[in-house]
Design a protein around this ligand. Structure first.
Ligand SMILES: C[S@@+](CC[C@H](N)C(=O)[O-])C[C@H]1O[C@@H](n2cnc3c(N)ncnc32)[C@H](O)[C@@H]1O
Length: 264
């Protein structure tokens, strides 16, 4: 075996992982509302929910040890069967705390990052939640467990099609769209929560415009060659000025680049 393919695989697997936490890391810790997962559950629940439960529980215990505190977020990660979102070739590693390849050069994010980002936006059962970067559909399923309604946009058609199958097979009712998430989902705004899972160089203005007052957006920002920073934007008032948002810089991360012209 030559060294080259190993390096390539390592690069792919390093996407969507954290770097060293910055001292300013302040994930959201809003008190958890009563559990109310809004899942369109078929008459007999898909088998995947009952499979590999012990592995999922162990992963969630590990996430709690790493500092994730939000009970509803931990419960959502305990419930969603991550192994149902990844290709057969990597299913064995589904409950390791690491990103995994899902095809088209993309990854499903590391579970810690999914938990951290979700905790940072603290979804409530009445919230409208938008994800940019559906990928496998896993983060969208986690949001669907926590939000009243969930929307998600994926740029790569092959991934969007696979995510649709993954989510429908598990009974999740999520509005999916194939296209450039830079423009958001104007027909459904405003959103209480927006989670962006690919890194643009600056926060897309349409996403800020589509955030409700009181809404939270979490996004990795920075060029591929630089350390990216996971930022949380909380809208405090209408308008576009700097004083309409509070920005928290949460964590140094490494994400795949935001595709399309808006990522630059
Ligand atoms: C780290 S992966 C996301 C993982 C995904 N959230 C999951 O749970 O599997 C980032 C995803 O963002 C998508 N993406 C990148 N740029 C995008 C854009 N402009 N609009 C929508 N999706 C985009 C990529 O194709 C990729 O699927």
């Amino acid at each position: 075996m030559t060294v080259r393919p190993i390096i390539a695989l390592c690069w792919v697997l390093s996407a969507c992982t954290r770097r060293e936490p910055s001292p300013t890391a302040t994930p959201g810790t809003t008190a958890p509302p009563a559990a109310d997962p809004r899942v369109d559950t078929p008459a007999s629940p898909p088998r995947a929910f009952g499979e590999r439960v012990a592995e999922r529980d162990a992963l969630v215990r590990d996430l709690a040890r790493q500092g994730v505190k939000h009970e509803r977020v931990l419960a959502a990660l305990r419930r969603v069967p991550r192994h149902a979102f990844i290709p057969d070739s990597v299913k064995g590693m589904a409950y390791a705390d690491q990103p995994l390849p899902i095809g088209s050069g993309q990854t499903i994010s590391q579970p810690f990052i999914v938990a951290f980002m979700t905790e940072a936006v603290a979804p409530r059962p009445t919230d409208k939640c938008l994800e940019i970067g559906t990928g496998s559909g896993y983060q969208a399923a986690v949001l669907a467990e926590l939000c009243e309604r969930t929307w998600s946009i994926e740029y790569i058609p092959e991934l969007a099609e696979q995510a649709q199958k993954n989510l429908a097979g598990l009974g999740y009712r999520i509005e999916l769209r194939t296209g450039d998430g830079y423009v958001g989902w104007p027909e459904a705004e405003p959103f209480d929560v927006i989670v962006v899972t690919a890194a643009p160089q600056k926060v897309p203005q349409p996403l800020l415009d589509q955030l409700a007052v009181g809404g939270r957006l979490v996004i990795p920002v920075g060029a591929r060659s630089e350390v990216q920073v996971l930022e949380r934007w909380t809208r405090t008032s209408l308008g576009r000025g700097a004083n309409a948002f509070i920005v928290d810089r949460l964590l140094d991360v490494r994400f795949v680049p935001f595709l399309g012209d808006g990522g630059r």
